[in-house]
Ligand binder design. Structure first.
Ligand SMILES: C[S@@+](CC[C@H](N)C(=O)[O-])C[C@H]1O[C@@H](n2cnc3c(N)ncnc32)[C@H](O)[C@@H]1O
Length: 268
């Protein structure tokens, strides 16, 4: 699969920050220098750094993308020495994440939707947490919104069906409803479980901007299956279909539903 494109992902940075603000507002920081936090799928590392800054402790960002880790390391190099010493980035697949009772918080924003076996990941998280430690997780769950519904319909249509071989958006493929996560987490022994959807409203200039937003993320499984010379044809077809589906070629509100998951390993 082609590597991530950090610049493209950051084009809508302002809107992508909104769910992170919600997560930060609910996390319990300020445990000081002893705090250890891991950021699963850290991307370019801004949130990992913020976790270290807010907690006063150490934060480790892990990500499987060489391009993302390279950017994160560049950002780390610009930090003042005291903060820099409390942040590290490592290239690791989340599926290989394993630790034993060492973290007070496990954070993950917009990453776990790319993986299956969420029960296995949450089991690894439970084991990795110290008593009283928390998970704070967000995954997009926007498969019912016009853009993703249109992408799914288009992928099932000729001529794309044969060329895309059953590609699906990550939310459709991997993200379950909140009640499933409540059950999984309770079964693993988590307490203070809170799983809910929250829909953000993002003003966009046109359907083409929604396509641009999606190119960095939800469209990746589709574009990765097509040769690069077919990307423009795919994007133009999708833009036309979205203009019809939204009934607009100018400004519109792009609603984006996200799933939030908070829980705690019980204090002994
Ligand atoms: C949409 S980006 C989110 C990045 C960052 N958490 C943020 O909020 O800006 C998803 C990230 O998940 C990472 N990712 C996807 N699958 C992964 C895996 N199996 N192991 C580690 N990282 C993964 C990607 O490389 C990418 O950096």
């Amino acid at each position: 699969m082609a590597d991530w494109e950090p610049e493209l992902y950051h084009r809508f940075r302002r809107y992508r920050a909104e769910p992170v603000d919600l997560i930060f507002s609910r996390m319990r920081f300020a445990r000081g220098a002893g705090e250890r936090i891991v950021d699963l799928g850290c991307g370019t590392g801004e949130h990992t750094i913020e976790l270290a800054r807010r907690s006063g402790g150490r934060a480790r960002g892990i990500d499987s993308s060489p391009a993302m880790i390279e950017k994160a390391d560049e950002l780390r190099a610009q930090l003042d020495p005291e903060l820099r010493a409390r942040v590290e980035f490592v290239r690791v697949d989340i599926r290989d994440f394993s630790a034993s009772g060492e973290y007070m918080a496990i954070f993950s924003n917009a990453a776990l939707q790319w993986l299956g076996d969420h029960r296995g990941i949450f089991a690894a998280c439970f084991k990795a947490l110290a008593a009283g430690g928390e998970i704070a997780i967000q995954m997009p769950a926007n498969e019912r919104e016009t853009a993703q519904a249109t992408i799914a319909a288009m992928a099932a249509d000729a001529p794309w069906r044969d060329r895309l071989g059953g590609a699906a958006t990550p939310s459709r493929e991997n993200v379950a409803p909140p009640e499933t996560y409540r059950e999984i987490l309770a079964g693993l022994g988590f307490a203070e479980i809170d799983c809910f959807y929250y829909t953000f409203a993002h003003p966009m200039g046109s359907p083409a901007e929604v396509v641009e937003w999606s190119r960095a993320t939800a469209l990746r499984p589709f574009l990765n299956r097509l040769p690069s010379e077919a990307h423009d044809e795919f994007v133009n077809d999708l833009t036309r279909r979205l203009e019809t589906a939204y009934g607009a070629s100018g400004p519109l509100t792009f609603n984006f539903r996200r799933l939030f998951i908070f829980a705690r390993r019980p204090a002994i």
